[in-house]
Ligand binder design. Sequence first.
Ligand code: GRF
Length: 221
Amino acid sequence: MTATNRLPVVVLISGRGSNLQALIDGQLNGELAIDIRAVISNKPDAPGLERARRAGIATEVCDHRGYATRADYDALLRERVAHYNPGLVVLAGFMRILTPVFVEPFLGRLINIHPSLLPDFRGLDTHRRALEAGVTEHGCSVHFVTPELDAGPVIVHARVPVHPDDDETSLEQRVQAAEHQAYPQAVQWLADARVRLQDGQLFIDGEPGTTPPQLDTALSG
Ligand code: GRF
């Protein structure tokens, strides 16, 4: 596959970068038709930056500290991301709420992974809240990012069981294993132009997508 028919991608991170790693692996083993042009972190010490460097991917730090407003920071971030001319911007554990200053220019080309079956458990501490709620099924969602937090159309749900003896750590590990399958899958659908956002709605293979596609994640453990 030549670089010209691969989807140019910029990945934004804040931390560990295990989802980034799943995308890097998919690119390197040829399963994903993407070209990760840059990895940008708002945290200078994010371990995910080292994963990118090891793969020979350009890295940048856009430290959020020192900006008067969120919008000021988002304007800088928008400029740095746009510099790489991405067809897709992937939030992979990017722990900042983004304003329309960033979201609007990339609408339809901006996706996130969230550790719950949206619309359940928007926001933080999803695994703890899922356990407290006593749900028997949990998982993750890849979704288009829109100005409302964790509310954009879901591209794929990956479900995992919740076991009676689960704690936050065991549940998080099971969900993360699902994330590492769901994110590459969604990214490839975008690279194949099979899913798109139009008028705030998900379209799959040209048809309005009413229920989110499910990733078959009969994950155990
Ligand atoms: C993941 O759990 C993801 O769902 C959430 O942030 C976490 C990032 O993990 N948005 P990693 O940095 O990809 O390992």
